[in-house]
Design a binder for this molecule. Structure first.
Ligand code: SF4
Length: 439
């Protein structure tokens, strides 16, 4: 049975839990529920989709699952005792595949107060119904570039090793080889597969100290999920990689500065200007994109003059207090980020927001109104709905989150923004552009 045909479950899935060995079971007596901010509540069936291919299931040590007792109309913390289970039980969460956005997080209860933060992944609500797992989310981008079935490990390995030989003196290609073979980074793998979007990391340093930084974590924090690049590549190394990718991937090829395995690329803006100018001297095809924390507004004009096509600005929240509490910026403030955004639009360039989705915070009307105000002032082309890869308790407590009024759900947020800004696009990936316009 093709899973793409199944949209939503006919009945509400059961809660799932794991035993001490990490074996996952469903508990028909309790229904799956979801978390938004610090609140848990029953879910709607049309909020649930089959667990996407390429997703992972995580067992959360030191936590207890929560479920819904429909007969008694209440939330239940399940510790196994309710059905005579010996030994600890643990909560389960889903880490959805790229291209899918969560609408509710997995509810769990920490057994101890002094627990370490969970690793830097998103923890989406998951349940079981009629032979399969269901998650609270939706496909936010139909683009297959990071789909599980787009990568056959043997082919990826062969193509990676072949290109590593061909570019043996290019340190950047060698760095991406490790990302492809060790971390399985889909962007690095697409470079070696010569298609879609290729990554160009350039910066070992950053001018922010994001609480959930995936490439650098201080002692006591969760482990960083990937190592940061340790060198600044030369212009020649950047240009060689970019031009060869665009030549192989064709007009639809994208090269993107600003990756998970580096600090902030704008700290190397002169290198980016030199590189983009040379790339554009050698090819007019493809899209040259920059993923950034947008902290250096004065770099925008020279980058655009060199040939930059688009910029993706990362943001956990448009609200200054939550933004600065999360980014812990060094030498810049949110106003600098907003000036970068404004300047890119004034120069007629394509701007996306990489909005970290956390149900309960992102869909608060206060957040939506603040974001709408900024879109009204500066304009915007696309919002990328990326799940925030972070332990929600650790994150919300660290930024001093206080519930501020009504939430409307992540899908509700998209609906409201679409009504307010009909041209605004929503997705998950950087788009292919043609002369600055969507292809
Ligand atoms: S801006 Fe990026 S690299 Fe810098 S601290 Fe934040 S997540 Fe890490």
């Amino acid at each position: 049975m093709k899973n793409r045909s199944i949209r939503h479950p006919e009945g509400m899935p059961s809660m799932v839990y794991a035993d001490a060995n990490g074996q996952i079971f469903d508990l028909p007596g309790l229904k799956m529920i979801g978390r938004s901010g610090h609140e848990v509540s029953p879910l709607q069936k049309d909020d649930l989709i089959p667990l996407p291919e390429g997703s992972e299931l995580f067992v959360l040590p030191g936590t207890l699952p929560l479920g819904w007792d429909a007969d008694r109309d209440e939330v239940v913390v399940f510790d196994g005792g309710q059905c005579g289970l010996k030994g600890p039980v643990q909560a389960v969460a889903a880490f959805m595949a790229p291209g899918y956005t969560q609408t509710a997080m997995a509810p769990f209860f920490h057994e101890t107060r002094d627990h370490d933060p969970l690793p830097l992944f998103s923890y989406t609500a998951v349940g079981w119904w009629r032979g399969r797992f269901w998650v609270a989310g939706f496909r936010s981008d139909p683009d297959p570039r990071q789909d599980f079935r787009s990568f056959r490990p043997r082919v990826v390995r062969e193509k990676t090793l072949k290109k590593l030989k061909r570019f043996r003196s290019n340190r950047l290609v060698q760095h991406l080889g490790r990302c492809s073979l060790t971390y399985g980074c889909p962007a690095a793998r697409n470079f070696f597969m010569e298609r879609w979007e290729a990554p160009i990391p350039t910066s070992p340093a950053c001018n922010a100290r994001c609480i959930g930084c995936i490439s650098h974590q201080p002692k006591g924090g969760p482990p960083a999920t990937q190592d940061r690049i340790r060198f600044v590549p030369s212009t020649e190394e950047v240009v060689e990689l970019a031009v060869s990718h665009i030549a192989r991937a064709g007009r639809g090829g994208i090269v993107s500065f600003g990756q998970g395995c580096e600090g902030e690329p704008l700290l190397q803006w002169e290198l980016l200007v030199r590189s983009i100018r040379k790339i554009r001297q050698r090819t007019g095809h493809g899209t040259v994109n920059l993923n950034t924390n947008a902290s250096v507004p004065d770099a925008v004009q020279p980058l655009v003059e060199a040939g930059l096509d688009s910029m993706r600005i990362s943001m956990n929240s448009s609200r200054k207090r939550y933004y600065e509490a999360y980014y812990r910026p060094k030498g810049f403030i949110q106003d600098d980020v907003l000036r970068t955004w404004k300047t890119m639009k004034q120069l007629g360039k394509f701007v996306s927001l990489n909005l970290f989705i956390l149900p309960g915070l992102t869909d608060e009307m206060e957040e939506i109104d603040r974001l709408s105000g900024l879109i009204d002032r500066f304009g915007l082309d696309l919002i990328q709905l990326r799940n925030h890869n972070i332990d929600p308790d650790w994150y919300l407590n660290s930024i001093g989150y206080r519930k501020a009024g009504r939430t409307v759900g992540i899908k509700g947020m998209v609906r409201i923004l679409k009504e307010r800004f009909p041209w605004l696009r929503f997705g998950y990936f950087n788009p292919r552009l043609n002369g600055g316009r969507l292809r």
